[in-house]
Structure formats: structure tokens, C-alpha cells
Design a protein around this ligand. Structure first.
Ligand SMILES: [Zn+2]
Length: 145
């Protein structure tokens, strides 16, 4: 991964050189450990979604240190450990709508799934090297491919 850089305001900078809509405070590990290595590709791809929907995206989880990842029940090899995964939602869009948008836009994420049963229903998108799509149907996670 290539770690993204941020500007003086703390906004992560896209590959194209412009500031993204995402601030360092939104992406840092939530345990307070300061781990905050945002992957450049992951940032570029979520910024494209942000621009296309033209609505605020709320980041629920991005970077996680191993301890925090464990505490929140993350997979042991989770992309969140490397800044390669982001969980997010949008208050102005249904989760299924946002998911379809990410999917049909061919956002370029390797992994894309939904967690509709969480307290705050969210999308998971990542750039780990396994290509997969999943969603919850009839109480079970279904992998589309
Ligand atoms: Zn942490």
C-alpha cells in the first residue's frame, strides 16, 4: 500500500493532488492510539463515490490497530489493520441504494459488502487482494462472487 498524505487542514489528499472530503479525525483508529495509515487507493475510490453521490459519507471505521480490531470483532487479517478497508454509511441514502451505487459504479473496490444488521447499517469496502461482493439476504450473508 501507499500511504496517503494529508494537507494542513488534515484532509487526506487524492492521487490527483486535490483534497478529499475525508479528514484525518474520521479515519484514525477509534481507540485513541493515533494509528492512521490511510491507503491511497482506498481513499481515491471512496472519494469518487463521495463525488458521484454528492452527499456526505460518514466513516464508521477505517484504520484499526490490532487491539482495537480484536475488540470490535474484526477479522484477524482485516484490511482495517492496514488502512485498506473502510466502513461507511450515508444518512441521505438507503444502505441498499448506496451498495448498489458502489457496485454498479464499478467503484474498483476489491471487496464490497454490507452490514445491514448493525446498529448503524454500513457498507464495507476494501482494497485487500481478495475480490468479493456480499450482502445480507434472508438473515444470511450471501456472496455474489
Ligand atoms: Zn488503536
Amino acid at each position: 500500500m501507499i500511504k496517503a498524505k494529508k494537507n494542513k487542514l488534515g484532509l487526506w489528499i487524492c492521487s490527483g493532488g486535490h483534497a478529499s472530503h475525508f479528514h484525518e479525525s474520521e479515519t484514525a483508529c477509534k481507540c485513541g492510539c493515533d494509528y492512521n495509515d490511510v491507503d491511497q487507493e482506498t481513499l481515491d475510490k471512496i472519494e469518487i463515490i463521495r463525488l458521484r453521490i454528492n452527499k456526505a459519507i460518514i466513516v464508521d471505521s477505517w484504520c484499526r490497530c490490532p487491539e482495537h480490531n480484536k475488540n470490535v470483532g474484526g477479522a484477524p487479517s482485516s484490511g482495517h489493520l492496514f488502512g485498506l478497508a473502510t466502513d461507511f454509511h450515508c444518512n441521505k441514502m438507503q444502505l441498499s441504494q448506496l451498495w448498489l451505487f458502489c457496485h454498479e459504479l464499478k467503484s474498483g473496490f476489491n471487496g464490497l459488502g454490507t452490514y445491514p444488521e448493525h446498529n448503524i447499517p454500513k457498507i464495507h469496502a476494501d482494497m485487500i487482494l481478495r475480490f468479493q461482493r456480499w450482502t445480507l439476504r434472508g438473515g444470511k450473508y450471501r456472496y455474489l462472487f
